[in-house]
Design a protein around this ligand. Structure first.
Ligand code: SAH
Length: 281
């Protein structure tokens, strides 16, 4: 089991501390070394639904506590999780709070950290690879590409109460965001795509729905803005998924490295039609 960390002045997880740590999108290899260092030292690991079990195996000495939220009243349960972290720290435990992706990207890590600080608990934050970046990379989609976009917008598909995100100005996003990456977007994708089309985005704009990215179950549905809702229903795609809207999706034709590793040739070496080698300016 022992996978030794390279020699470095690794921080020590002291008793009474909570480290809030990103576990990446799924593939255990996408953990950071700081995360591995934390797993090695924790007395308790409190983990979310999207954290892969294989990662917990790397902390065999620790208690593993599941803190996933399913149904119920998310805000009340969130409060329970935050206060549980406080209690464990006060009991002198070395606490590792492990969250999918990056703890500060749509993961309520900010709220948990704030509660801890308000209760006088010392914390450390360990960033992780967010699904909206790493998950897309595993699908062969670069979130930025010089020929496509100089900006990228990460949005959540629903708000705290589970409704479509009413505080978002979808028309402004449609106009200002060359590439849009949606977390938790499945439920309201019909509404979201309609808003973007109403604000001028093309129905034929490429869309990728990347499900269980970076895991063995990874699946990529390629579709268009006009057909995404119907295609998700038709394919029976289940969350979690990242939805990427924009021309960056076309880069999959050349960058689907997983397919290539499985012996499938790229379908188009120049999907953006630059007509010149990629290395030329
Ligand atoms: N903190 C996380 C996001 C938490 S919100 C991060 O930085 O990635 C949960 C949402 O993230 C899911 O509903 C889904 O939209 C997305 N997500 C997380 N892991 C994913 C995965 N492996 N594949 C696809 N989407 C994922």
């Amino acid at each position: 089991m022992e996978t030794r960390l390279p020699s470095h002045d690794w921080p020590v997880l002291e008793r009474g501390w909570v480290w809030l740590c990103g576990a990446g999108p799924g593939d255990p290899g996408l953990l950071t070394l700081h995360a591995l260092n934390a797993l090695r030292q924790a007395d308790v690991v409190i983990y979310d639904a999207l954290v892969q079990e294989a990662i917990l195996d790397w902390a065999p000495q620790a208690d593993h506590i599941y803190a996933g939220k399913r149904g119920g009243k998310p805000s009340a349960i969130q409060r329970d999780i935050s206060l549980r972290l406080v209690d464990l720290a006060r009991a002198g435990k070395r606490v590792l709070r492990l969250k999918g992706g990056d703890p500060f990207v749509f993961g309520r890590g900010g709220e948990e950290a704030q509660t801890l600080v308000q209760h006088g608990i010392p914390i450390r934050i360990i960033p992780g690879i967010s699904a909206g970046i790493g998950g897309l990379a595993y699908a062969g989609i670069p979130v930025t590409h010089r020929d496509v976009n100089q900006s990228v917008t990460f949005v959540t598909g629903h708000d705290q109460s589970g409704n479509a995100t009413s505080s978002l100005d979808w028309a402004a996003i449609a106009k200002g965001s060359q590439v849009i990456v949606i977390y938790m977007g499945m439920k309201h994708i019909g509404q979201i795509s309609a808003s973007l089309i109403a604000a001028g985005r093309s129905t034929s704009e490429p869309v990728a729905v990347v499900t269980s990215a970076t895991t063995d179950q990874q699946n990529v549905l390629e579709t268009t803005l006009g057909t995404v809702e119907a295609d998700i229903a038709k394919a029976g795609v289940e969350p979690p998924s990242i939805i990427c809207i924009g021309q960056a999706v076309r880069m999959r034709d050349v960058l689907n490295w997983q397919a290539q590793a499985a012996g499938i040739a790229p379908t188009n070496l120049d999907p953006l039609g630059r007509g010149r080698p990629a290395e030329t300016a």
